[in-house]
Design a protein around this ligand. Structure first.
Ligand SMILES: Cc1cc2nc3c(=O)[nH]c(=O)nc-3n(C[C@H](O)[C@H](O)[C@H](O)COP(=O)(O)O)c2cc1C
Length: 175
């Protein structure tokens, strides 16, 4: 098993994938990681939509103007949702769940990339939320935080370099 210290160094965003499907057991492990992630007041109020329909993936890729087109070529995406009225920590809870899925994917040798949706949209003013809600029949009370693209990567990435870590951003006792 990959040690966590190596996993965090190896994890990079992957945006190019083969056509190969993701094994169902692997996908389940990835979702399990989200469902085991910590949440404020242990609310576990997030919702996830697993999307493997090619046409829907293409529509989701067009939900914002930049940084999501590669979703068209991902075999699977996980849409991370929360209810801002029910949970004041929906962004934090969703973020931890999303990152947990990315680390589980990395451990399985799969590529992933976070696609930001909260606060994003199209040039004509349409929000990404509006597009996503329409494509996936999401109830009005839920907002989309992000979409995690998953796949067997083809874009080799270098592991993170120890020399580039921003240790200067870490302060001891006082800033
Ligand atoms: C909050 C957040 C939003 C992001 N949004 C996008 C996005 O919309 N599209 C994209 O391609 N990558 C997105 N990323 C991935 C970052 O670009 C990536 O993590 C960063 O460049 C560092 O590269 P690495 O993940 O390979 O270490 C996002 C990451 C985070 C944490």
């Amino acid at each position: 098993m990959t040690e966590f210290k190596d996993l965090v160094q190896k994890r990079r965003s992957h945006r190019k994938y083969t056509d190969e499907e993701i094994d169902a057991d692997d996908l389940k492990l990835i979702i399990r990681a989200a469902l085991m992630s910590p949440t404020s007041k242990n609310q576990r109020a997030w919702q996830f939509v697993v999307v493997d329909d090619k046409q829907d993936l293409e529509k989701l890729a067009d939900a914002k103007n930049l940084g999501s087109q590669f979703l068209k070529d991902a075999p699977v995406a996980i849409v991370v949702l929360g209810d801002p009225m029910q949970n004041d920590c929906w962004v934090e809870d969703g973020s931890i769940a999303a990152a947990s899925m990315q680390y589980q994917a990395e451990e399985l040798g799969l590529g992933s990339c976070w696609i930001q949706m909260r606060g994003r949209g199209l040039d004509d003013g349409t929000t990404a939320d509006t597009v996503i809600r329409g494509v996936l029949d999401i109830p009005d009370n839920l907002n989309c935080l992000c979409i995690i693209a998953l796949g067997h990567w083809t874009d080799e990435r270098r592991e993170q370099s120890e020399d580039k870590l921003k240790w200067e951003n870490v302060h001891l006792n006082k800033f």
